[in-house]
Design a protein around this ligand. Structure first.
Ligand code: FMN
Length: 172
């Protein structure tokens, strides 16, 4: 098992996958990593939809996103985990962001690749919102927050450079 700090410093978004499926245990471990994430006031309000990327709903979302390359947004990953949050809770977006990063880091620990997927937000909040919510089992009163595609990595890249001086202020 890798050290948490090692995973944080070496992780990257993966944009190419093999066709190998994930095991049920791997998928459950990933979703549980999301469920273990902290939530504001310990509300634990997030909902997770585990979606096979060869499903009809993915094809439809992809078509609405980009009819010329409907599955391009998934880079060949076999599953997409869609995280939705309560519309009446002001911390849903933050909670979902923390949960999705937990899943991203857990995927690294399992030697899997993953990439956070926000580009479908417009489609899932658009005129077919209710239709897609039904197909994705997003509960009533909830909305899409973020998603993450996961699979066995076929590509790799270096972690991004960080610029401490630019992004950090120290106040004494
Ligand atoms: C909120 C959010 C939404 C993102 N949406 C997408 C996306 O739709 N497609 C994609 O390829 N990458 C997406 N990414 C991944 C970023 O592009 C990636 O984290 C960034 O380029 C830095 O690369 P790295 O993760 O390899 O360090 C998203 C990341 C975040 C945090």
């Amino acid at each position: 098992m890798a050290d948490v700090l090692d995973v944080i410093q070496s992780r990257c978004s993966v944009r190419g996958y093999t066709q190998a499926a994930l095991s049920d245990v791997e998928i459950k471990t990933l979703v549980e990593a999301g469920l273990h994430a902290p939530t504001a006031k310990n509300t634990q309000e997030l909902h997770f939809s585990i979606v096979s990327t060869d499903s009809k709903v993915i094809e439809e979302i992809g078509n609405d996103l980009n009819p010329e390359n409907p599955l391009g947004f998934l880079y060949g990953a076999p599953i997409l985990i869609v995280i939705s949050g309560r519309d009446d809770f002001g911390w849903s977006a933050v909670d979902a962001g923390i949960a999705v990063e937990n899943i991203h880091l857990a995927a690294c620990d399992l030697d899997l690749g993953s990439v956070i997927i926000g580009c479908i937000s417009g489609v899932l909040h658009g005129e077919k919102k209710e239709y897609y919510q039904r197909l994705l089992s997003i509960p009533e009163g909830y909305s899409f927050q973020i998603a993450i595609a996961v699979g066995h990595a076929a590509t790799s890249k270096e972690p991004h450079e960080i610029d401490y001086e630019k992004n950090v202020s120290t106040i004494k």
